[in-house]
Design a protein around this ligand. Structure first.
Ligand SMILES: Cc1cc2nc3c(=O)[nH]c(=O)nc-3n(C[C@H](O)[C@H](O)[C@H](O)COP(=O)(O)O)c2cc1C
Length: 403
C-alpha cells in the first residue's frame, strides 16, 4: 500500500466524524499490516486481529468482534488492565523461569488457557481441529464450546487427550443429559457450565455486520422453526438430538438449584463460567462447585461496563484460594496475564486472540499467538523478579485508583 493511501486512511480514522461513531462501527475501521505475511512476522497478538478482520467475511468478523450495546464491557475489559501497574523487584536470579500451574489433577506448562469459542469453522476451514492441534503442540489447556463446529470426540483426538467441556445446557433437560453424557463418554475431566447469557445479549456489531455480508448464508446456516434451533441443528454436538423445542441455550429459569441437578449427572470436576461477584462465588462454593471462570463472556453478555480484571480482584478476595479461578476477558499481553495472576487467578483464558491467529494462518497462527503470549509472560516474570507462578502475588501490582 502506498504511503499516501496509508496516511489518508490514518487521517480518516483520526477524523472527528469517525471518532464519534459508535464502537460497533469502529470495529470495521483498521488496516492489516501488509508485512505480516507469515505467523512468525507478527510481533503481538494485535497483528493477527487486523489480519483476521481483513480475511474474514463481514458477518463472521462481526460475530467475533461483537460486544453488546455500546461495547462498554468489551472496552472496559481491555482498559481495565491499565488500572493496575506492575510493582517489580530487582536483583533476582531469573535465569530459570517456571511458568507451570496445577489445575485439579493436571499440571500445565503455562497458565494460558484457550477458552471456549463456538463455531470455529466460521474463522478457518480447519476450525477447532486447528486450534486443538495448536493446543497439543504447545501443550495448553483447551475448553471446547457446546456450539463447536467439530465434535468433542474429534477435537479430543486432535488434542491428544480429552478436552475440558463448556456446557450450554439448553432449556430442554433431555438435551442437557445427552450433552453431559457425551462429554463424560469422551473422557472430559472438567465440565464448565456457562451462566452469563441467561439474560440474553444485545450484540449490535453482529447485527450491523450481517447486512454487509452479500454471501448466501443458507448453505451453512440451516433455517428451522425457531432461530436458535436453526443455529444448533447443524452443530455436531446436537446431532441425533431433537432440538425442535429448544428456544434458549440457557434455561431462563435456571437458579443455584440447577447446579445440584447437574452435579447429580456429572461425576467429575464441575466449574461455573461467568461469575463476576464475590457473593456469587461464595454461593458457587456452597453449592459444591470445584472451580470458577471469572468472566463476562468477553463483553458479550451484560452491558455492565465492568472490567473482568476488577471482577477477578473482588472474587479472589472472597474465595481466598478455596477453589481455582480462571479469568478471561481482554487479555492481550503477557503483562495482562501477570496482573491477573497477581490478583489471584490460577490460570488465564483467552478467546478472541487465538481466533485472530486461527483466522490469519490456521493452526500456525494459533501457535504463534500462544508463543507470543508465553514469551511475553516469561519476560514479564523475569523483569518482575518472579521465578515461579507461585511467586506472583498481590504485592507485584498496584491498583492505580487506590495508589
Ligand atoms: C466468537 C466468540 C464465541 C464465543 N463462544 C463461547 C461459547 O460458545 N461458550 C462460552 O462459554 N463462551 C464463549 N465465548 C466467550 C469466551 O469463552 C471468553 O469468555 C471470551 O472470549 C474472553 O474474552 P476475550 O475474547 O476478550 O479474550 C465466545 C467468545 C467469542 C469471542
Amino acid at each position: 500500500m502506498s504511503t499516501n493511501r496509508r496516511q489518508l486512511l490514518q487521517s480518516m480514522l483520526a477524523a472527528p466524524a469517525l471518532a464519534g461513531l459508535a464502537p460497533s462501527f469502529r470495529a470495521f475501521g483498521q488496516e492489516a499490516d501488509p508485512f505480516i505475511t507469515a505467523p512468525e512476522k507478527a510481533v503481538d497478538v494485535f497483528d493477527f486481529e487486523r489480519l483476521a478482520r481483513k480475511n474474514l467475511p463481514p458477518a463472521h468478523w462481526g460475530y467475533l468482534a461483537t460486544g453488546v450495546d455500546g461495547d462498554a464491557t468489551l472496552e472496559a475489559n481491555r482498559s481495565g488492565f491499565s488500572n493496575y501497574s506492575l510493582r517489580v523487584r530487582r536483583l533476582v536470579d531469573t535465569r530459570n523461569v517456571d511458568m507451570s500451574v496445577k489445575l485439579f489433577d493436571s499440571t500445565w506448562e503455562t497458565p494460558i488457557a484457550l477458552d471456549p469459542v463456538g463455531s470455529q469453522k466460521a474463522f478457518h476451514p480447519d476450525g477447532e481441529i486447528a486450534t486443538a492441534k495448536a493446543a497439543q503442540s504447545r501443550k495448553h489447556l483447551l475448553i471446547l464450546s457446546t456450539v463447536s463446529s467439530t465434535s468433542v470426540e474429534d477435537v479430543s483426538a486432535a488434542r491428544g487427550e480429552p478436552v475440558w467441556y463448556q456446557l450450554y445446557p439448553t432449556d430442554q433437560w433431555a438435551i442437557t443429559q445427552a450433552l453431559v453424557r457425551r462429554a463424560e463418554d469422551a473422557g472430559c475431566p472438567v465440565l464448565a457450565l456457562t451462566v452469563d447469557l441467561q439474560g440474553g445479549s444485545n450484540r449490535l456489531t453482529l447485527a450491523r455486520s450481517i447486512p454487509r455480508d452479500a454471501r448466501d448464508c443458507t448453505a451453512c446456516h440451516a433455517t428451522s422453526r425457531t432461530r436458535l434451533s436453526g443455529f444448533i441443528t447443524g452443530k455436531p454436538m446436537f446431532a441425533g438430538l431433537d432440538t425442535a423445542a429448544v428456544e434458549d441455550l440457557t434455561p431462563p429459569d435456571m437458579t443455584w438449584d440447577y447446579l445440584k441437578r447437574l452435579r447429580d449427572i456429572w461425576p467429575r470436576k464441575l466449574m461455573v463460567k461467568g461469575l463476576v461477584t464475590r457473593e456469587d462465588a461464595a454461593l458457587a462454593i456452597t453449592h459444591g462447585i470445584d472451580g470458577i471462570v471469572v468472566s463476562n463472556h468477553g463483553g458479550r453478555a451484560e452491558d455492565s461496563g465492568r472490567p473482568a480484571i476488577d471482577s477477578l480482584a473482588e472474587v479472589a478476595e472472597g474465595v481466598k484460594g478455596r477453589v481455582p479461578l480462571i479469568v478471561d476477558g481482554g487479555v492481550r499481553r503477557g503483562s495482562d496475564i501477570f496482573k491477573a495472576l497477581a490478583l489471584g487467578a490460577t490460570a488465564v483464558g483467552i478467546g478472541r486472540p487465538y481466533i485472530w491467529g486461527l483466522a490469519s494462518f490456521g493452526q500456525a497462527g494459533v501457535e504463534r499467538v500462544l508463543d507470543i503470549l508465553r514469551a511475553e509472560l516469561a519476560i514479564t516474570m523475569r523483569q518482575a523478579g518472579t521465578r515461579t507462578i507461585a511467586d506472583i502475588n498481590r504485592s507485584y501490582v498496584v491498583d492505580n485508583r487506590r495508589g
